[in-house]
Ligand binder design. Structure first.
Ligand SMILES: Cc1cc2nc3c(=O)[nH]c(=O)nc-3n(C[C@H](O)[C@H](O)[C@H](O)COP(=O)(O)O)c2cc1C
Length: 206
């Protein structure tokens, strides 16, 4: 038996990211956002849904730019803080000892400590009753080099990224349950991947 609940935003887990806005030299801010996702692949597009009352809302609306910074587990406390404190009261970079660094395509600072930064330019704003959805093109991607192997291949498994599950933050410590397409993978492909894994250095294995 299942109990039916009233309609609600019960999609879990979701990512939790630190969105930076404003400018490097001028006013800038960090807001924690769980309502984000990918909406298109070519060009790569994403969105963030932000309440009008957030200090960050005005900055994103004014400049039409933001950066999505993916926090690692050791940034959980800072990420939570940026989601409960407002930039109109406190400089969250200073309060949490985070380092603003310039991006390549937008004026907003990126968070140096985050393993991945996605530079975004707003293309569309959809107003909904509670949140405004800023739909944006991802115009630049930065990844900390320590997560690349010698062939330049990305290892997201080692980044210790966080997700948000109904009020709680979780790490992704468990081993992968499967990989994309494994339910239909040909035996030949399985064998090739097993060989690649055996050749990977121990440090890169989870
Ligand atoms: C885990 C988490 C997820 C959040 N997700 C969102 C979100 O998707 N949209 C939003 O408007 N606020 C969200 N918030 C709330 C804002 O981050 C919070 O109100 C913040 O203090 C606003 O900062 P600002 O006033 O400096 O912009 C979230 C907070 C937390 C802790």
């Amino acid at each position: 038996m299942k109990k039916e609940f009233k309609p609600g935003t019960m999609l879990n887990p979701v990512p939790t990211v630190m969105v930076t806005c404003g400018t490097m030299g001028g006013e800038h801010n960090i807001i924690t956002i769980a309502w984000t996702g990918i909406v298109n692949s070519e060009p790569p597009m994403t969105y963030v849904s932000v309440r009008k009352s957030r200090f960050s809302h005005g900055m994103i609306e004014k400049s039409g730019e933001f950066v999505i910074n993916l926090p690692s587990e050791d940034m959980t406390f800072a990420m939570d803080y940026c989601g409960v404190k407002s930039g109109c009261d406190v400089d969250k970079f200073v309060a949490q000892g985070l380092t603003p660094v310039p991006g390549s395509h937008v004026a907003c600072p990126m968070i140096k400590e985050a393993p991945v930064n996605l530079e975004c330019v707003v293309k569309d704003v959809r107003e909904y009753p509670s949140h405004d959805m800023f739909v944006a093109e991802i115009v630049g991607v930065h990844v900390d080099e320590k997560y690349l192997d010698e062939k330049g291949k990305l290892d997201f498994g080692r980044m210790n990224l966080i997700c948000y599950n109904h009020g709680f933050y979780y790490g992704l410590q468990s081993k992968p349950l499967g990989r994309f397409g494994y339910s239909v993978m040909k035996p030949k492909t399985k064998k090739r991947i097993a060989g690649e894994n055996r050749r990977r250095p121990k440090s890169a294995k989870k």
